[in-house]
Design a protein around this ligand. Structure first.
Ligand SMILES: [Zn+2]
Length: 211
């Protein structure tokens, strides 16, 4: 059984690791973890590299702040994911540069932005729909995410960045890292004749490693 204080430490450790490796700059990106009676979330304007476990935002089941600093302004993205995914224990959102770059490409398949390049991408992320662009703070973005979240644990916000849910904080972090690495690969392969995994190979992975 993981205690709340251990979860607080884990959020800060993963945040620092993501920030130190340049996976989300400045005060961008946010992390949340589900508790028995609500959520822990990173605060607004907080740098993921310098989080204080005692100042993380604690929310009740309705999403109201009960202690800590005010929560991230993007809290509604997290709540939309949890609402549609009862099994999700953690959600991570980053402004990771290669994923953001892919989120700005024109003429992508909006139902699945990145093709199946590697087996681990298929296993950890699977299909990745593009959520239409809305300005920061527009609640319509939460509704759009809610529309995809039932079927997809990972979504890419257009001209913004990825949001990924997981069965644990480490699962969500590893999946969003796999997404970022695959976005980098996808950009490296632009203009190169590429052999993507076939439909049959993807089906075999989905059958062997059901999510
Ligand atoms: Zn964002």
């Amino acid at each position: 059984m993981t205690t709340e204080s251990q979860i607080r430490e884990q959020i800060c450790q993963f945040g620092k690791s993501l920030y130190d490796r340049g996976l989300t700059p400045g005060s961008s990106g946010n992390i949340s973890v589900r508790l028995d009676d609500g959520w822990l979330m990173t605060p607004t304007n907080a740098c993921l590299g310098r989080l204080d476990p005692a100042r993380l935002s604690k929310l009740d089941e309705k999403g109201n702040l009960t202690s800590g600093d005010p929560m991230t302004k993007e809290s509604f993205l997290h709540i939309a994911m949890y609402d549609q995914r009862p099994d999700a224990q953690a959600v991570v959102h980053l402004h990771s540069i290669h994923s953001v770059a892919v989120s700005c490409l024109a003429d992508v398949d909006r139902t699945n932005v990145i093709p199946p390049i590697t087996a681990y991408y298929v296993m950890r992320v699977g299909t990745l729909p593009l959520v239409p662009y809305y300005r920061p703070g527009d609640k319509a973005l939460a509704e759009a995410v809610r529309g995809f979240a039932g079927k997809h644990h990972a979504v890419l916000l257009a001209n913004h960045g990825p949001v990924v849910a997981g069965s644990s904080l480490s699962a969500a972090v590893y999946a969003i890292e796999e997404l970022e690495e695959t976005a980098k690969l996808y950009l490296m392969l632009q203009g190169c004749k590429t052999r993507f995994l076939t439909r049959e190979q993807v089906t075999e992975l989905e059958r062997t490693f059901p999510s």
